[in-house]
Design a protein around this ligand. Structure first.
Ligand SMILES: Cc1cc2nc3c(=O)[nH]c(=O)nc-3n(C[C@H](O)[C@H](O)[C@H](O)COP(=O)(O)OP(=O)(O)OC[C@H]3O[C@@H](n4cnc5c(N)ncnc54)[C@H](O)[C@@H]3O)c2cc1C
Length: 217
């Protein structure tokens, strides 16, 4: 049984910065994450993508943000429990008992749930024929953007991830962006930028199309 002031569930940016704030007021934290590494979505899904909306940091990648957050909490020497998932929370006599999938147990007065979108899995293409390219030429996250340099890349989606990557990769690849609607869910500035890139023919924009086994429909 590990006794601590706070158990933080999730080692994404929220969990890491919480740990910093808790360390500053003198509390001891144990941090549990289902992933095998620290950093949440930033490190797992877009280590190489630039981020532009961190206060006082004009530009950094997902990996740089993670490394800076790790550096910031180093003085506190908090323990990380990676590749383990919190499965059970129980309140007994004003204390929390936290159990993980791998059988670890924590006794704590406080829990921070910083689980983000949860233990995330990509929403994969529904088409059967895409399966055999999974992890080869069909990718659901980008670890190293250099693999697309001077290549043709087709990006499916209309949210922030799709728009951010379309904008970024258009600097060094031939990008086609395909979305099933003609409206986008991304940040207005990104939507505007995509329209500009499409108008000046830097990217190909194909809307109201989706993927099926033998092509777009
Ligand atoms: C492709 C992409 C690009 C993005 N670009 C930007 C951007 O430019 N700017 C921006 O501000 N935001 C961006 N975002 C969003 C940003 O990454 C998220 O808002 C941010 O990661 C949320 O941080 P978080 O710590 O709350 O959650 P997450 O990063 O989701 O981390 C939560 C962590 O909790 C863990 N977890 C969940 N449940 C459990 C459990 N039961 N037990 C153990 N561990 C658990 C998960 O494994 C995960 O590591 C982007 C997202 C994506 C996908």
């Amino acid at each position: 049984m590990i006794k601590t002031d706070v158990v933080i569930i999730g080692a994404g940016p929220t969990g890491l910065f919480c740990a910093h704030q808790l360390g500053i007021i003198g509390l001891k934290c144990e941090i549990v994450d289902n992933l095998d590494k620290i950093g949440g979505q930033c490190i797992e899904l877009y280590p190489d993508k630039p981020i532009y909306d961190i206060p006082a940091v004009p530009k950094c990648t997902g990996e740089e943000l993670t490394n800076n957050l790790i550096e910031q909490i180093k003085p506190f020497n908090f323990n990380f429990h990676l590749s383990d998932r919190v499965q059970e929370l129980k309140n007994e006599n004003n204390k929390w008992l936290v159990k993980t999938l791998n059988g670890k147990e924590f006794e704590t007065f406080n829990i921070v749930i910083a689980g983000g979108v949860g233990s995330f899995e990509p929403r994969k293409f529904p088409t059967k024929s895409a399966e055999k390219y999974d992890g080869k030429s069909v990718l659901y996250s980008i670890k190293d953007k250099n693999i697309f340099k001077d290549k043709s890349v087709v990006i499916f989606g209309g949210g922030d991830s799709a728009l951010d990557w379309a904008i970024e990769l258009s600097n060094s690849s031939k990008v086609t962006l395909v979305h099933r609607r003609d409206e986008f869910r991304g940040a207005p500035a990104s939507v505007q930028k995509i329209k500009e890139l499409s108008d000046n023919k830097t990217i190909d924009l194909i809307t109201k199309y989706s993927i099926k086994d033998d092509g777009f429909w």
